[in-house]
Design a protein around this ligand. Structure first.
Ligand SMILES: NC(=O)c1ccc[n+]([C@@H]2O[C@H](COP(=O)([O-])OP(=O)(O)OC[C@H]3O[C@@H](n4cnc5c(N)ncnc54)[C@H](OP(=O)(O)O)[C@@H]3O)[C@@H](O)[C@H]2O)c1
Length: 258
């Protein structure tokens, strides 16, 4: 797919992978609509994007709030006319302590990582079906492969996101709409900066954005990276439970970061 001139919506564009996607897609000649809760961070991203002489608009939007999502997508459609690609990237990750009631973190994780994705996809699918074109890029994670200790809500939310995206891909195929599921390994962003555990095969965020853009251009169904992280996830998935449990115990030895 040629990206020049495409109108791209990116959720979670105020930092990390979303911010870098905004910059690199703008460099490719895309107009971008950038969504996040922190408007002042979006303003900084928009300023950086504007050097590529493309149209950039920012929208304060909490993707877990359905009314807000509907209003923002209406504004985007009014301003841009139509949307070609939507990147559903907004996400949160909490480390959890099983000794406490952390259900509020579970609610937030599922509301943003799963429902947020569903609300945003719902705003473009009917238009894409009518236009018989469009692409949905959903950012899941290799963390979906097992239930990692202290990351139960996150792993479960990403497993839900991956399966949702898979079903969307199959359903939308006949309408000529592409659905790309992105499953990154560790990427250096503010999300991972707070992790207290070792992160093998971690890559710079610019590299992650570059890989995702290549996947969009090639209209892939699924991209997972890096090779080392994918192999690691496959091995962990294939392990018998007793061995996975034994290896995972090591992660619990380090204290949680505040
Ligand atoms: N970093 C990794 O190793 C890694 C690996 C696999 C998958 N991922 C996934 O990649 C995506 C981006 O993560 P990242 O690493 O770039 O983390 P990040 O730097 O923390 O970025 C997360 C983005 O999501 C936005 N966001 C969070 N809650 C939101 C909400 N309710 N409404 C709208 N936007 C919201 C944040 O903006 P505001 O706070 O301004 O709203 C921010 O722009 C996430 O889905 C994450 O799960 C990351």
């Amino acid at each position: 797919m040629k990206l020049t001139g495409k109108n791209v919506v990116i959720t979670g564009a105020s930092s990390g992978i979303g911010k870098n996607l905004a910059l690199q897609l703008a460099k490719e000649g895309c107009s971008v609509a950038l969504l996040a809760r922190r408007i002042e961070e979006l303003e900084i991203v928009a300023h950086e994007v504007s050097k590529y002489n493309v149209i950039v608009k920012i929208y304060k939007c909490d993707v877990s709030n359905k009314d807000e999502v509907e209003k923002v997508f209406l504004s985007i459609k009014k301003f841009f006319g139509s949307i070609d690609i939507v990147v559903l990237n907004a996400g949160v990750s909490f480390r959890t302590d099983v000794r406490k009631d952390e259900s509020a973190k579970a609610v937030q994780t599922f509301a943003i990582n799963v429902l947020g994705m569903i609300y945003c996809a719902g705003q473009v699918v009917p238009d894409f079906i009518q236009a018989k074109k469009g692409m949905i890029v959903g950012v899941s994670s290799l963390a979906e492969s097992r239930g990692f200790p202290r990351s139960g809500f996150y792993c479960a939310s990403k497993a839900a996101a991956s399966l949702y995206l898979e079903s969307l891909r199959v359903e939308l195929k006949k309408h000529k709409i592409k659905v790309l599921t992105v499953k990154p390994g560790f990427v250096k962003t503010p999300m991972t900066d707070k992790n207290e555990f070792d992160m093998p095969f971690i890559i710079p965020v610019e590299k992650a954005a570059q890989i995702i853009i290549e996947g969009i251009k090639k209209e892939k169904n699924i991209i997972q990276f890096t090779c080392g992280a994918v192999l690691g996830a496959k091995i962990l998935k294939a392990l018998p439970n007793w061995l996975f449990d034994f290896i995972s115990q090591n992660q619990l030895k380090k204290p949680l970061k505040k």
